[in-house]
Design a protein around this ligand. Structure first.
Ligand SMILES: [Ca+2]
Ligand SMILES: [Ca+2]
Ligand SMILES: [Ca+2]
Length: 177
């Protein structure tokens, strides 16, 4: 998939899949097998070869459109220029730990994993199983934490790059000599 997203518009039973006790089924299963246990994205299934995904900062995340776009049965919404209905599975290339598929990892995502962490036996990416191993635990918190650290470093680099340009702009605007 590279850095692209994927929409699977279905009717009837959802192809999202769930945990069968030893592995994920459905589309979640295809991402789990493609991602591999170590996150190398070299397995059979749905994969991304984006460099940031190989580094662990980004991932393929998935959710029911009805859940993340708050759609009731029969309602539709525009998502990335496409009309989606409540019975659509969204697979998004995004930061690892982005639960609500808004392209950010922030307090809203922490809130969701904090909630489901309290219920042993909860599974699924949309509930906080970011490494697709069938449990929501410290390993998943580690993924969110490292994504946030990584993005913070990125912002620092960008700020440093911008500073010299601002200085030269001020000089140009100074009094003529
Ligand atoms: Ca549908
Ligand atoms: Ca988010
Ligand atoms: Ca997990």
């Amino acid at each position: 998939m590279g850095t692209n997203d994927l929409l699977i518009d279905y009717t009837g039973a959802s192809p999202l899949g769930g945990w069968n006790g030893s592995a994920y089924t459905g589309i979640t299963g295809l991402i789990q097998s493609g991602r591999t246990v170590n996150g190398t994205w070299s397995g059979p299934g749905v994969v991304t070869s984006a460099a940031k995904a190989l580094a662990g900062t980004t991932t393929l995340a998935l959710a029911e459109a009805g859940d993340v776009l708050f759609l009731a049965p029969g309602e539709t919404a525009l998502w990335n220029g496409q009309t989606v209905d409540a019975t659509t599975v969204i697979v998004k290339y995004t930061y690892a730990g982005d639960v609500n598929l808004d392209g950010l990892v922030d307090a809203a995502d922490y809130g969701i994993i904090d909630n489901y962490y309290q219920f042993p036996g909860t599974t699924g990416y949309a509930n906080g199983d970011f490494n697709y191993d069938g449990v929501i635990d410290a390993g998943d918190y580690g993924i969110v934490d490292s994504t946030i650290r990584c993005r913070a470093r990125q912002f620092q680099v960008e700020r440093r790059r911008r500073r010299p340009r601002r200085r030269s702009w001020r000089r140009r605007r100074g009094p003529l000599q």
